[in-house]
Design a protein around this ligand. Structure first.
Ligand SMILES: Cc1cc2nc3c(=O)[nH]c(=O)nc-3n(C[C@H](O)[C@H](O)[C@H](O)COP(=O)(O)O)c2cc1C
Length: 303
C-alpha cells in the first residue's frame, strides 16, 4: 500500500480524496453505499447563517459531458446544522469540513465564528465562488478587493484550518490564489463551477429557471486542470484540485499538476462509490508504478 497521507496546514488527512460541496450531502446520505470514513474528507453542503430555499425549478440540466445546476445554496441554516446534522455526522472518522457562504462579510464572519466552536469540524471551506446567488458568492471571488476583505475578516474569526474556494470565472486565477495566501488561508480549493446556460430549442426556453447556472463534470476538467497547475505554481500553500474528476487517473492528473489533494463532485451523482474508487485507484496506480507515497508524484510535471 502506498502512503496516501497528506497535510493541509496542520491537519493530516488519511488520503488526498475528499468529496466536493453540494454533491455529497452531509455524507450520511451515502452510508448505505460505503463507509465514508474511508475518504480523506467530506466537504458538506454549502451552509449559510439563515435557511435558504434556493432557486426555482428546474435547476439541473444535462449538457455534453457535464451538467448545469442553479441550486443556489439551498440549506436549513447553521442553527439546524448544529442541532440536527452535527450530532449525526460528528462521529465519522474522517474530516468533516463545512462550506461557508454568505451575502455580506458579516455573514461570513459570523458563520465562521459559530463553526469555530464546533470541535468536530477541523476546517472550513470559504466559498467565495458560488455563481448561483444574486448577492455575495461569486462577487467576492471575482473582485480582488472584496476577496481580500472577506478572507482577512474570516481569518480573524476562525482559528482552525481555512480553505478558500476559488472561482474559475476570472481572467487570472493566480491573483486570487495569492490574495488567499496573503490573507492567511491555509489552502485554496478550485475550481467551482463555470457559468453556463442551455436552451430547449423546441420549447424556446432556457433549460434552467434561473437561465444561467454552474457547469460541472468532465466538460470542465481541462480548464480546471490548467487553473490548478497555475495556482500551484503561484503559491506555496497546498492546492486542492477539482473539476470533472471521474476516476483515479483524472485525480492523478490534478496531483501531477501540483494539487496536494482533490475533490470528487459530479461523479458521485453517476456512481455513488466514485470517491472511494478514486482512493483505491490512486493507491493501486502508485503501487503498480513503484511509488511509495502520493507526494512522490505531487507536482511531478513541474520538476
Ligand atoms: C448540484 C451541485 C451543487 C453544488 N453546490 C456547491 C456548494 O454548495 N458550495 C460549493 O462551494 N460548491 C458547490 N458545487 C460545486 C462543486 O463543489 C465543484 O466545485 C464543481 O461541481 C466542480 O467539480 P465536479 O466537476 O467534480 O463536480 C456544487 C456543484 C453541483 C453540481
Amino acid at each position: 500500500m502506498a502512503d496516501l497521507r497528506i497535510k493541509i496546514g496542520t491537519l493530516e488527512f488519511r488520503n488526498p480524496v475528499m468529496t466536493a460541496s453540494g454533491t455529497f450531502g452531509y455524507g450520511s446520505e451515502f452510508d448505505d453505499f460505503f463507509d465514508v470514513s474511508a475518504l480523506g474528507g467530506i466537504i458538506v453542503k454549502g451552509t449559510t447563517l439563515e435557511s435558504r430555499e434556493g432557486n426555482p425549478y428546474p435547476r439541473m440540466a444535462e449538457t455534453p459531458a457535464g451538467m448545469l445546476n442553479s441550486v443556489g445554496l439551498q440549506n436549513k441554516g447553521i442553527d439546524y446544522f448544529e442541532k440536527n446534522i452535527y450530532p449525526r455526522i460528528r462521529q465519522y472518522d474522517t474530516h468533516i469540513i463545512v462550506n461557508v457562504n454568505g451575502n455580506t462579510v458579516e455573514d461570513y464572519t459570523e458563520l465562521s465564528r459559530r463553526l469555530n466552536a464546533l470541535d468536530a469540524i477541523p476546517a472550513i471551506e470559504l466559498n467565495i465562488s458560488c455563481p448561483n446567488v444574486k448577492k455575495g458568492g461569486m462577487i467576492f471571488g471575482t473582485n480582488p478587493a472584496a476577496a481580500r476583505e472577506v478572507i482577512a475578516a474570516v481569518r480573524q474569526a476562525y482559528s482552525r484550518t481555512l480553505i478558500v474556494k476559488l472561482s474559475p470565472n476570472v481572467t487570472d486565477i493566480t491573483e486570487f490564489a495569492r490574495i488567499s495566501e496573503g490573507e492567511g488561508a491555509d489552502s485554496v480549493s478550485l475550481i467551482n463551477t463555470l457559468v453556463g446556460m442551455a436552451i430547449d430549442v423546441r420549447a424556446m426556453k432556457p433549460r434552467l429557471a434561473a437561465i444561467t447556472g454552474g457547469l460541472s463534470g468532465p466538460a470542465i476538467r481541462p480548464v480546471a486542470l490548467r487553473m490548478v497547475w497555475q495556482a500551484a505554481k503561484a503559491v506555496s500553500i497546498p492546492v486542492i484540485g477539482m473539476g470533472g474528476i471521474m476516476n483515479a487517473d483524472d485525480a492523478l492528473e490534478f496531483i501531477m499538476a501540483g494539487a496536494t489533494a482533490v475533490q470528487v463532485g459530479t461523479a458521485s451523482f453517476i456512481e455513488p462509490l466514485a470517491a472511494l474508487d478514486v482512493v483505491k485507484g490512486i493507491d493501486s496506480s502508485l503501487d503498480s508504478r513503484g511509488f511509495a507515497s502520493v507526494s512522490d508524484v505531487t507536482g511531478i510535471i513541474n520538476r
